[in-house]
Design a binder for this molecule. Structure first.
Ligand code: PBG
Length: 310
């Protein structure tokens, strides 16, 4: 009877699985701070994605770990960049899988910032044109959705214009609309080798203390033409998820970030919590708060558990 009156249900279709792709062959590099997460070389992707698809997961988001970095993040928008090659390979092998490309420069810049540096600061407008180039090259490679994460003002409208002009009118934008300057990203920077080499991201990511600002950020992205809105991180920001959900009819996405993953992994490895129950409770809380989709490193585990508990 309890299940008959359950208000919120988690489905495998809600889950988006992040994958880190790396140059080289036969590479399966474990990420120290994220047990169970690996950087994969392209030749191992097919096997990995077979598993993902067989679990019923519909969608993945790709992060690239390039071999070389420079001041302007050239590898982010190179035609043969790691994400571009991964995307075209995956779309050829798994045409029905929805491939989302994370669009940012931080993994590709030598200074580790999400934009270009002028006089010691990230220059918003100069960064936009590189982001647009990145988005177009990802769409060319076959990405189904473009997900810009660098938090520059105006990135949605600029990318929308760029995609339209390049003939990708039908490619939607999943905007990281509300992204906080969060310590919960720590383990990801280890996975993606994207720590800023000086300063921090506080000139472009949001103050965790702000709530109204989240709505302003969401509003501007909606106006600029976003098709999905991401809120990130998720767990400490469930109130923000609900606020944005109440404000917009667009699909809302939670990014259950690396630190949220690693905390649970660490506690469960110590035998302090029941991992399965905690994860399903956490993901359900995000849906209850109002999200339609969840980007999570737990996607494969959760898909398995959902099957078992059906
Ligand atoms: C940056 C980006 C970050 C994440 C996704 N894209 C981190 C950052 O701003 O440093 C974090 C994801 C996670 O912690 O799981 N473009």
């Amino acid at each position: 009877m309890r299940s008959m009156v359950r208000e919120t249900k988690l489905h495998v279709e809600d889950l988006i699985y992040p994958i880190f792709v790396v140059e080289g062959e036969n590479k399966r590099n474990p990420v120290q701070s994220m047990p169970g997460v690996e950087q994969l070389s392209l030749d191992l992707l097919k096997e990995e994605i077979n598993e993902i698809v067989s679990l019923g997961i519909n969608s993945i988001i790709l992060f690239g770990v390039p071999e070389s970095k420079d001041e302007v993040g050239s590898e982010a928008y190179h035609e043969c960049g790691i994400v571009q090659r991964a995307t075209s390979q995956i779309k050829e092998q798994f045409p029905d899988l929805v491939v989302i490309a994370d669009t940012c420069l931080c993994q590709y810049t030598s200074h580790g910032h999400c934009g270009v540096i002028e006089d010691g600061y990230v220059d918003n407008d100069a960064s936009l044109s590189l982001l647009v180039k990145t988005a177009i090259s990802q769409a060319k490679a076959g990405a189904d959705i473009i997900a810009p994460s660098n938090m520059m003002d105006g990135f949605v409208i600029e990318i929308r214009k760029g995609l339209d002009e390049a003939g990708f009118k039908e490619v939607p934008i999943m905007s990281y609309a509300v992204k906080y300057a969060s310590a919960f990203y720590g383990p990801f920077r280890d996975a993606a080798h994207s720590s800023p080499q000086f300063g921090d991201r506080k000139t472009y990511q949001m103050d965790p203390a702000n709530r109204k600002e989240a709505l302003r950020e969401a509003d501007s992205d909606i106006e600029e033409g976003a098709d999905f809105l991401i809120i990130k991180p998720a767990l400490s920001y469930l109130d923000i998820i609900r606020d944005v959900k109440n404000r917009s009819l667009l699909p809302i996405v939670a990014y259950n970030v690396s630190g949220e993953y690693s905390m649970i992994k660490a506690a469960s490895q110590k035998g302090w919590i029941n991992e399965q129950q905690v994860v399903l409770e956490m993901l359900t809380s995000m849906k209850r708060a109002g999200v339609d989709l969840i980007i999570t490193y737990f996607a494969k585990d959760a898909a398995r558990w959902l099957k078992e508990t059906k």
